[in-house]
Design a protein around this ligand. Sequence first.
Ligand SMILES: [Zn+2]
Length: 158
Amino acid sequence: MLWLLNSAPTVDGDVQELIVEDDETFQLIQNLGGRPGPAAVEALRAVRDDLHRVIRGTDDTGALQRHLRGVVGRPELTEGGVTWQPDFSGADEVSARVVLAWSDLATRLPGRVRACANSECSKFLIDHSRPGSARWCSMAECGNRLKARRHSARRSTV
Ligand SMILES: [Zn+2]
């Protein structure tokens, strides 16, 4: 999930699109039950962009609803009772599976998936820290850089 969220990083001020028609993306699409090709690449970008807006709070979770269109639950009776298995046959399986994975993550770690606090960075983080106060996609990439910048800004005002 984090790879998908971070598949449009900002490098030197420009957003780099990492979801392109290459072996890595096609493998991911195949793993998500899709058929590799331009349409699946577009679908993957679209659901990622919707997730970005939802996580940043510029859109509500309703923005993800369209990706679940056509998904139905199929009951499966086991020793432990009925469980519901998603049936993707009438849906765009790639983007639907992404939304289900996101839902699972957001349920297990509520509020712990967020955008990096560096405004020049477009990456995301999953906060596994005990206090839930992680702010950077990585300390090496963004945390230390901003701390150093703040430190030199303080020094220059003295
Ligand atoms: Zn960052």
